[in-house]
Design a protein around this ligand. Sequence first.
Ligand SMILES: [Zn+2]
Length: 286
Amino acid sequence: MPELPEVQTVVNHLANKIIGKVFLVAQVKAPKMVSHNFAAQIKNARVSGVSRRGKMIIITLADGRYLLSHLKMTGQMIYLDKLGKASGGGHPITFTGFDVTKPNQFTRIILDFKNGGQLLFHDIRKFGWLKIVNTQQFQQIVSKYGVEPLTQEFSLNKFKEILAKRPKLKIKQFLMEQGLIAGIGNIYADESLFDSSIHPLRPAFKLKDEEIKGLRQSIIKKLRQAIKLGGTSVNTFVSASGERGGFVAKLKVYQRGGQPCLRCHSILSKIKLGGRGTVFCSNCQK
Ligand SMILES: [Zn+2]
């Protein structure tokens, strides 16, 4: 699933292309993926902003409503300009003959803009969604998200405060809990824990002050680095132009189970934690 840096990469691509555009016609081929009466509600809405909260894409509409979207496991959001040039991105789809830049059997929703250009939502498994909400519904939805790790709100004190909310939770699972910290998934949880030499199974309350400080710095560092490089693409992300995110070359532990630790050369351990593969170095991470 795309995580904070991948969703931010999609948002950055889309913001350059769709702000100021007006939606015209919506073709919905998978009705369960959109909110009630979607096609009628999106018609004539003007895009005034594109942003992100956690892993959710927020398209602000000029009339005060919001078009929200989540790529979930296999979604891609692609903007095609009049000439068919694509921007955006999401989960890579690798079926033979699949072309992100053309509507195809995995295109579930097509949104046409006035004066040309289209927004395509491709999704193999149809877990992704788009919904239109008013301001009140929007506030309610975003209030369930935890602190954004790349904002000033994510201070050392704030991190300690939220760690105290779920003291017994294993730190890896804690980092992935969207209601506590928003936007971190399997990739950046594993990478941040390795970077700060913390064992993923440690309960939150056992972290010492110095470790909490180090972990916070690692989280911020890894997310920023990944955004700069256009995200990570191991099974989770590809940009519309087919470019793989540059952070894949920076991965130290994610999907490297059984390979040597890049720091101490011990073999990296791989376990299941909360149903998710978790890779760490039992020598470096205590
Ligand atoms: Zn090691």
